[in-house]
Design a protein around this ligand. Structure first.
Ligand code: NAD
Length: 316
């Protein structure tokens, strides 16, 4: 297949590109490098199966005939989508529509990367796909949550009204190598602090829960969904639920760090519980995550260690 990946220079996009190439597809990656980096694609230099175009998908574009589109482009971490508030709303709306138009034009399939943030601060636990969510439409996080909710509506409209073969994945917290070391996500924050010997920042009392999925597991689930006949949203994530305190403890163990914990106030609208119900993915795709938190953290250690070395070198 000839495949388009938007957001190809990002954390998930670049892992998806690697896997698609390994599976024998040719890939065209586009990215405006707003939160991604060419470093994530540097190892593909000279790979004849891959081409890259730097572009903003909010502007209409055409890369020629493709068989499938993976729409991964969007700022994804709270500090980045708060910094790029309007850009985040635009990529969820105009950008996603441009990707859908490519799929419609060429009769290609399209998978859209949605998010567990569609559930907001959930009142149903764990979250199943038929839960409509508890989102504050005007809070600071709404730029991301509502962009993603609008994008889901847009994807379903292109499926229902234009017959596009669409897939919607609601991704829960995913981590691994290439997760940006300073973009404020839990694992990257805590790994970097532990390896730098700095105190680990815990927001609130650290008893809020998260589930963490290792990137290889997620990419496998995304590919299975893209080949399926399912058009309604499917949760992908690791249902093993950890409090932030338990996660910090695992990170201290894996990094062999002696950092202390530093407690800070909880940011506004920070969800207290977040855990996927993955029964649909299990039933429809035969998918279940294989990598435990400690294994995944260990697999990510080299990457974060190299980022720490780079930071220490620039600090002199
Ligand atoms: P990321 O920031 O590493 O990657 C996103 C990429 O999209 C970046 O390379 C960025 O430069 C690019 N981009 C942003 N706006 C663009 C635009 N207008 N035009 C072209 N490129 C643009 O984030 P990620 O973690 O890899 O997330 C990828 C997708 O998965 C996002 O849609 C995100 O919302 C979704 N997601 C990720 C997670 C997670 O845990 N990593 C969880 C839920 C959803």
């Amino acid at each position: 297949m000839h495949v388009l990946v938007t957001g190809a220079a990002g954390f998930l996009g670049s892992h998806l590109v690697d896997r698609l190439l390994a599976d024998g597809h040719t890939v065209i990656g586009v990215d405006n490098l707003s939160t991604g980096t060419l470093e994530n694609l540097a190892h593909l230099t000279g790979n004849s199966g891959f081409t890259f175009q730097e572009r903003d998908i909010c502007q209409p574009f055409d890369v020629g005939r493709v068989d499938y589109v993976f729409n991964m482009a969007s700022p994804a971490s709270p500090p980045e989508y708060l910094r790029l508030a309007i850009e985040t709303l635009r990529v969820g709306s105009a950008g996603t529509e441009n990707a859908l138009q490519i799929a419609a034009r060429y009769g290609a399939g399209l998978l859209h990367a949605s998010t567990s943030e569609c559930y907001g601060d959930p009142q149903v636990h764990p979250q199943t796909e038929d839960y409509w969510g508890n989102v504050n439409p005007v809070g600071p996080r709404s730029v991301y949550d509502e962009a993603k909710r609008y994008a889901e509506a847009l994807v379903m409209a292109y499926h229902r009204s234009r017959g596009v073969n669409t897939h919607l994945v609601r991704i829960f917290n995913t981590y691994g190598p290439r997760l940006h070391p300073s973009d404020g996500r839990v694992i990257s924050n805590l790994m970097m602090q532990a390896l730098l010997g700095e105190p680990l920042t815990i927001y609130g009392d650290g008893k809020q829960t998260r589930s963490f999925c290792y990137v290889d597991d997620l990419i496998e689930g995304i590919l299975r969904l893209s080949r399926s006949a399912e058009h309604m949203p499917v949760n992908l994530g690791n249902p093993d639920e950890y409090t932030i305190l338990e996660c910090a403890k695992a990170i201290l163990e894996v990094t062999k760090s002696r950092s202390e914990l530093r407690f800070e106030p909880l940011p506004q609208d920070d969800p207290t519980r977040r855990c996927p119900n993955i029964a649909r993915a299990e039933k429809l795709l035969g998918w279940i995550p294989q990598v435990s938190l400690r294994e995944g953290l260990t697999k990510s250690l080299d990457f974060f260690q190299s980022k720490v070395q780079a930071q220490l070198a620039t600090r002199g």
